[in-house]
Design a protein around this ligand. Structure first.
Ligand SMILES: Nc1nc2c(c(=O)[nH]1)N[C@H]1C(S)=C(S)[C@@H](COP(=O)(O)OP(=O)(O)OC[C@H]3O[C@@H](n4cnc5c(=O)[nH]c(N)nc54)[C@H](O)[C@@H]3O)O[C@H]1N2
Ligand SMILES: Nc1nc2c(c(=O)[nH]1)N[C@H]1C(S)=C(S)[C@@H](COP(=O)(O)OP(=O)(O)OC[C@H]3O[C@@H](n4cnc5c(=O)[nH]c(N)nc54)[C@H](O)[C@@H]3O)O[C@H]1N2
Ligand code: SF4
Ligand SMILES: [Mo]
Length: 697
């Protein structure tokens, strides 16, 4: 028997852990953490072990399929590409170029081939109806970075290995393994922080796994964090503790804007005591090195943009931006900023609801209505790539119905699931262990500068295609629809370069002048050291200055001031993630999802009593958008008035071809979240803080 141990990194979440994969006679028999990885230092979570299930998965498609009256039929790659391009071309000829819509899902940012080849393909479709998971995820981070630092991807990450005070809002890295902050082994890093004498403070409407190990946790009424953050800024300024670097403008305007946001006022809205707010402000301002960080709970809510701006402002005025132990800008070996424009916002608006584009994409909350609403510019065909928006985006039922009305749909996806079951053609890419891996995006967000290249662990079967080959072949066909131009010659040259060649170039022109050859000699990765100060030189504004007084954000303050605080029996719905679930997929990996069921609606026991409900009972959760039935579970970890449901569930719809384990047999949270409920600044979906009622079934 031939046994080898190969190295790669896990691409299932943002932590990019190094793994050792044992292969016996072509089959994976073991996966464990790679101690030699300078970033993950041996850490892995249960998802890495499930990488082998993706490889051996009987549900996974290995050849293109086409939907016919007699069911799914396997077809060849060339026939599939021709079918896709001729149908998309036909729809655009008849209804105009915006008649093709595109949704790009989460796994794209974890695949090298998607990052190198997908943007060029999408560009050839020439449509403004582009959507992605960004607008139900990190858009507010990118908007704040674009406004303050001049580039949508110039993200400041908490320097958690050196900080002495970490203030975390709406993040649960003990379950999620961290996000917009690549910090594998977050639990260990947090313990080290505490051992150094540091303090961790968590603000969350649920006492999460992370809150449980923090030094301090406070419940916050969902959707109101902006008031808390403004009060912290108010307090720091009022105490004369605000300082700004020579390249920072706009403190006076901020001072005026936060003037009315006293700790007392914020307390009434957030539910956090005024004394606690004052103390946290003082501790944060006087800590040796402090970092404020907020994630999904403060991004995908009604004031996401305001929250992410305020977090930056707090870090900046306490002198913590760009200093060790504060929040810092990574300097990766391949500069991801080069691959993406600086960004823009509101250059055009969506047809039906007038929501602003961001970075060339429209908010996903408007996707279903753009398909369903008749008129010029209506979407008649969809392209979904690595996404399951029927489960992942608000009012998924409406989207489910909308996809059924399309003239044509193609999905690049390995599975026939709740979304792709609507497709006419599905193009399945080769799985992660058959791909070369370099993490272009997440080194850009990492708490330490490191670099790592790995060749594919397993060979790709002859008949299989990599995602980048699919994008290349589709794009080349799309390019050939119209006469050649200089621009198109360049695009096709770029498409013909392999990801490995592109990474090699990126490494060579990068700040450390590395190369693929150098990295291949250190397959466990190389350490490039702790994060270094970079401002003002690294700013992308021509002025090399940061202006805190961003009109677009300050103009949103009246909306916060008008926020109703009354709560007449209504409950607010929030989301959650579990270590053993991965967004809307992998629920067919029994090895991953094992354990107790975890789809239940969590509710505080006092609320259960108030609503005459009992633990374990089946209840209806209803919002303006819809109703789901689900078991309720009593939990002291929930803030009174708040209920929690995880997203990514709701499998087993007719036509979906996934085997689903019992542990995940719950409804889709996005059948109750409301596509009309957005952060109006840039249209981010507000899937947290959704008003609902809960009644006995
Ligand atoms: N209510 C609520 N909704 C949420 C969230 C929430 O917190 N609450 N979170 C939001 C967030 S942060 C995100 S990122 C989105 C995620 O939502 P999506 O963008 O839909 O992404 P996933 O759920 O990860 O879906 C993955 C899809 O990609 C396919 N896939 C897996 N691997 C590959 C691959 O390598 N290549 C290709 N081509 N396809 C692949 C899978 O089969 C599946 O169809 O959900 C969002 N939705
Ligand atoms: N195991 C696992 N890991 C994952 C994923 C997964 O599905 N499973 N998904 C990946 C993806 S795509 C992402 S984007 C990241 C997300 O990473 P995180 O943001 O760390 O993940 P969540 O668990 O969604 O944490 C959001 C927290 O916000 C809280 N919250 C909700 N509403 C509010 C509010 O109004 N205010 C405050 N302060 N808190 C609120 C919730 O209770 C929850 O604890 O995780 C990634 N990692
Ligand atoms: S933490 Fe993320 S990258 Fe690390 S093993 Fe788990 S899923 Fe993979
Ligand atoms: Mo996400």
């Amino acid at each position: 028997m031939a046994t080898t141990v190969r190295r790669t990194s896990c691409n299932l979440c943002e932590a990019i852990c190094g793994v050792l994969v044992t292969v016996e006679d072509g089959r994976v028999t073991d996966i464990r953490g790679d101690e030699s990885d300078p970033l993950s230092r041996g850490h892995i979570c249960p998802k890495a072990v499930a990488l082998r299930d993706l490889q051996d998965d009987p549900d996974r498609l290995t050849t293109p399929v086409r939907r016919t009256a007699d069911g799914w039929q396997e077809i060849g790659w060339d026939a599939a590409y021709d079918l896709v391009v001729s149908n998309l071309t036909e729809v655009q000829r008849e209804h105009g170029r915006n008649a093709v819509g595109v949704y790009l899902g989460n796994p794209n940012v974890h695949s090298l081939g998607a990052l190198t080849h997908l943007p060029t393909m999408v560009r050839q479709l020439k449509t403004r109806n582009r959507f992605s998971a960004t607008s139900i995820d990190q858009l507010p981070h990118m908007l704040a970075s674009y406004l303050l630092y001049g580039h949508q991807l110039m993200i400041a990450v908490p320097d958690i290995d050196r900080t002495s005070y970490l203030l975390m809002l709406g993040a649960n890295p003990l379950a999620s393994n961290g996000s917009m902050m690549t910090a594998p082994g977050f639990g260990r890093r947090l313990k080290d922080l505490q051992k150094r004498g540091g303090r961790v403070v968590v603000i969350d409407p649920r006492r999460t796994e992370t809150a449980a190990v923090a030094d301090e946790h406070h419940f916050v009424r969902p959707g109101t964090d902006a008031a808390f953050l403004l009060a912290l800024i108010h307090q720091v300024i009022a105490n004369g503790q605000a300082t700004t670097a020579s390249y920072v403008d706009g403190l006076e305007a901020v001072e005026q804007a936060v003037e009315p946001w006293t700790p007392e006022r914020a307390a009434g809205i957030t539910g956090i005591d005024a004394d606690v707010i004052r103390r946290i402000a003082d501790e944060f301002a006087t800590a040796d090195r402090a970092a404020c960080y907020g994630r999904v709970g403060v991004s995908t809510q009604q004031f996401g943009a305001l929250c992410q701006w305020a977090i930056q402002v707090l870090n900046i005025i306490t002198g913590n931006l760009d200093r060790p132990g504060g929040t810092m800008f990574p300097r990766p070996a391949v500069n991801a900023l080069l691959g993406l424009g600086r960004g823009h916002v509101g250059v055009w608006r969506s047809r039906v609801r007038g929501l602003p584009e961001f970075g060339g994409e429209l908010p996903v909350s408007t996707m279903a209505e753009e398909i369903l609403t008749p008129g010029d510019g209506r979407i008649h065909a969809m392209v979904t790539i690595a996404g399951n928006p029927v489960l992942s985006t608000p009012n998924g039922r409406k989207l489910d119905e909308a996809l059924d009305t399309l003239d044509f749909m193609v999905a690049v996806d390995p599975y026939i699931n709740e979304t792709t079951r609507h497709a006419d053609v599905i193009l399945p890419p080769a799985p992660p262990l058959e791909r070369d891996h370099y993490d272009v995006i997440f080194h850009q967000l990492a708490v330490r500068n490191t670099s790592r290249w790995n060749d594919a662990v397993l060979p790709k079967p002859e008949q299989a295609r990599h995602d980048w080959e699919i994008f290349r072949d589709l794009a080349l066909r799309l390019l050939s629809r119209t006469p050649m131009s200089r621009r198109k010659v360049l695009a096709s040259a770029r498409l013909r370069m392999s990801p490995r060649r592109i990474v090699d170039l990126g490494l060579r022109i990068g700040p450390y002048r590395l190369s693929l050859r150098k990295l291949r000699n250190s397959p466990g990765g190389i350490d490039l050291g702790p994060l270094q100060p970079a401002l003002p030189g690294a700013l992308h504004h021509k002025t090399k200055r940061i202006d805190l007084a961003q009109r677009m954000i300050l103009d949103d303050l009246p909306r916060l001031a008008a926020l109703a605080t009354g709560n007449d029996g209504e409950l607010l719905l929030i989301g959650r993630r579990h270590l053993r679930n991965n967004n809307s997929w992998m629920h067919n990996s029994a090895r991953l999802v094992k354990g107790k069921p975890r789809h239940q609606l969590l509710m505080n026991p006092d609320d259960l009593a108030k609503h005459d409900l009992s633990d374990g009972q089946l209840v209806n959760v209803s919002s303006a958008a819809g109703t789901v039935a689900v078991e309720v579970a009593s939990s002291n970890d929930m803030m009174p008035g708040v209920v929690s449901l995880p997203h990514g569930f709701g499998h087993g719809r007719p036509g979906s071809r996934l085997s689903v384990a019992n542990q995940v047999a719950g409804p889709s949270a996005n059948d109750v979240t409301d596509a009309e409920f957005t952060d109006t600044v840039a249209g981010t979906s507000a899937v947290n803080g959704v008003p609902v009622t809960v009644t006995a079934c």
